[in-house]
Design a protein around this ligand. Structure first.
Ligand code: NAD
Length: 216
């Protein structure tokens, strides 16, 4: 697979390059805030950068007819509109979390939230001090899975790759469900799964759940 990275020199960009090149895929396009290097037409572009980069990423994806794997968080309605348009021409996967654990948890939480509908529920997320957005995209994803209002508490401490805890409680007891990303590699492995899923697929907007569960 020939692939490109937007946000190449960032924490995730570097991790993605490592994981993809270990599998023998060829890096042909590198874009960062002030640089652009294009050697060949990529089958897929992987963007873990900033919402500001998305117009450029979409343009590149259109030009080269490259599939798109988008992991950037803090997207706004206008960005989702751009993706919807692009997905008429190429296959796209957008996810706020590319780990298997969070995507399993998401399914399970929507059931649990119904069973515990009269319990309080809050979310605590902790990330490294360099993370720009708060709350995290994953916390928003988990809140959406709950299907009801849930306050989100964000901690920015040291080098934590990503911890998310959902706490349910009534006056006599609590249930805590915690997911911890031990390293960023897990997100890069998920991005690789998504890229391999997209290559050769027809245009459309696919979820990471479809990548891992096969769209049941
Ligand atoms: P980072 O700050 O280390 O890297 C971001 C990179 O993008 C930098 O190299 C920066 O120069 C580049 N960049 C910024 N604006 C740009 C622009 N306009 N054009 C081109 N390049 C630009 O951040 P990170 O920790 O690597 O995270 C990047 C993004 O990925 C964030 O939005 C983060 O929340 C998200 N993320 C998503 C997942 C997931 O599973 N979906 C996992 C981890 C991180």
């Amino acid at each position: 697979m020939k692939y490109g990275i937007v946000g190449y020199s960032g924490r995730m960009g570097q991790e993605i390059q490592k994981v993809f090149s270990e599998k023998g895929h060829e890096l042909v396009l590198r874009v960062d805030v002030n640089s652009e290097e294009i050697k060949d037409s990529p089958d897929v572009i992987v963007d873990f950068s900033s919402p500001d980069a998305l117009p450029k990423t979409v343009e590149l994806s259109r030009t080269y007819k490259s599939a798109l794997v988008l992991g950037t968080t803090a997207l706004k309605e206008e960005h989702f509109e751009m993706l919807k348009d692009l997905s008429k021409e190429v296959p796209v996967v957008q996810a706020y979390n590319f780990s298997i654990g969070i995507n399993v948890l998401r399914r399970f939480l929507s059931e649990l939230s119904k069973v515990l509908s009269n319990w309080d529920v809050e979310i605590v997320e902790a990330h490294h001090r360099f993370k720009k957005d708060a709350p995290s995209g994953t916390a928003i994803l988990l809140k959406n899975a709950l299907g009801r209002e849930a306050p989100i508490h964000s901690l920015r401490v040291g080098g934590i790759p990503g911890d998310h805890t959902v706490i349910f409680g009534n006056v006599g007891e609590t249930i805590e469900i915690k997911h911890r990303a031990i390293s960023r590699t897990v997100f890069a492995i998920g991005a690789l799964k998504a890229a391999e899923f997209l290559v050769g697929r027809k245009p459309g907007l696919y979820s990471f759940e479809e990548v891992i569960f096969g769209g049941e």
